[in-house]
Write a new protein. Structure first.
Length: 396
């Protein structure tokens, strides 16, 4: 049988899951490629090829430091956001006597699990009160900063609802009291212009802003003492043993350079598109938006819930139309549980089970946004109709 050649071309997928991961930029891949082939040596080797690899790592460190406005000695390369968060929290705790840690219940799971571990080790982990949109209540937090508070960890931008925390103000409160402040800033580069690190410890992950997976960094400000998670070689000033991921580190630095340069343009482009999407979705009965608005939310992020409609059914229906969205954190995918972020904000379980997160890319178009909204509305109507038919059949 002769195979058919008249198959219609596959529709371009509309990727609205950029808070989960982003595609590797072509420029980043080009910067990385030499270190997969010709310049493959171990940076710790004494020969000339090793020296070139070592130079690449240190040049990348200098690039990252300049972008973040810190010293190169304050950059520790890691395998990504989870390791950076654990190195910050567990590493700092190991250098301190157990006391009180303040955080929020809407942190990324890598932070929450690290805090659970520290609680088991004798630390008193307490939550800061949140406003209805997920922002920290600064007045209440200031009252909680008692003398026995050793460490505060508050994520800069929430990966599910997009809410931005007042990290500069939190840092100032901690600084005046001699308290260490860590922020998970994984969602920030490329989505929010910034020119300084508002923390003693700050976590980043390359694949969230056009870089490779498996590489990140922790900013450790001068004078901050942390212990390594594991021991071995003396790489990264003894804080992160193991042969450096040279291609990944080079790619991380290049991606961060591009993200920093394009952040303002990204915000100006995607913010109106996100608002356009919401204007469509708000017309659907039972749809509710969650998180902050205006300048207090990531420009690309929109989290909604749909009354009486399960998220997995909506996501599957959109996927059939070539639309990629998620129910919340990709790190919790497949858990079949409602968003812990929404539950922490007092959203009922039944509604939280219908959460869908849209996190826009820089190349999505108005027509695609309109198509997404149309498909979403159709899916809601179809799912509700099917459920009503099933209920009628059950009661007949």
């Amino acid at each position: 049988m002769v195979p058919r050649t008249d198959r219609a071309p596959e529709r371009r997928r509309i990727y609205l899951d950029c808070n989960a991961t982003t595609p590797l930029r072509a420029e980043v891949l080009a910067a990385m490629e030499p270190y997969f082939s010709d310049l493959y040596a171990n940076p710790s080797s004494a020969h000339s090829l090793g020296s070139r690899a070592r130079t690449a790592v240190e040049e990348a460190r200098e690039t990252v430091a300049q972008i973040l406005g810190v010293k190169r000695s304050e950059i520790v390369f890691t395998s990504g956001g989870t390791e950076s968060n654990h190195l910050a929290l567990l590493g700092a705790a190991a250098a301190l006597d157990p006391g009180v840690i303040l955080s929020t219940p809407i942190e990324h799971s890598s932070v929450l699990r690290a805090l659970d571990y520290l609680a088991d080790q004798g630390w008193d982990v307490r939550n800061v009160e949140l406003l209805p949109d997920g922002r920290v209540d600064l007045e209440q937090m200031e009252r909680q900063l008692e003398p026995n508070v050793q460490l505060v960890s508050v994520g800069w931008a929430n990966n599910e609802i997009g809410t931005l925390q007042p990290v500069a103000e939190i840092f100032a409160l901690c600084e005046t009291r001699g308290i260490l402040f860590h922020t998970d800033a994984v969602q920030v580069p490329g989505k929010l212009p910034f020119h300084r690190v508002p923390a003693h410890l700050m976590s980043l992950s390359g694949h969230k802003f056009g870089g490779p997976k498996g590489v990140g960094c922790l900013v450790v400000r001068e004078g901050v003492l942390i212990r390594p998670l594991f021991r071995g070689g003396s790489q990264e000033r003894g804080l992160r043993a193991g042969t450096e991921n040279v291609p990944g580190i080079v790619g991380f630095a290049e991606a961060l350079r591009i993200a920093a340069r394009s952040a303002e343009r990204f915000v100006a482009r995607v913010c109106p598109l996100r608002d356009r999407l919401w204007e469509h979705l708000r017309q659907i009965p039972g749809v509710q938006r969650h998180g902050a608005v205006g300048e207090n939310v990531l420009a690309n992020t929109l989290m909604v819930t749909v009354d009486g409609v399960a998220a997995d059914a909506l996501i599957a229906a959109l996927d059939l139309e070539g639309i990629c969205v998620s129910a919340g954190s990709a790190c919790a995918a497949g858990a079949a549980e409602p968003s812990h972020v929404l539950l922490a904000l007092g959203i009922p379980v039944e509604r939280a089970q219908g959460s869908v997160r849209f996190s826009l890319s820089e190349d999505v178009t108005e027509s695609e946004i309109d198509f997404v909204a149309e498909c979403f509305a159709k899916a809601v109507r179809r799912i509700r109709a099917a459920e009503e038919t099933a209920r009628q059949g059950f009661t007949a």
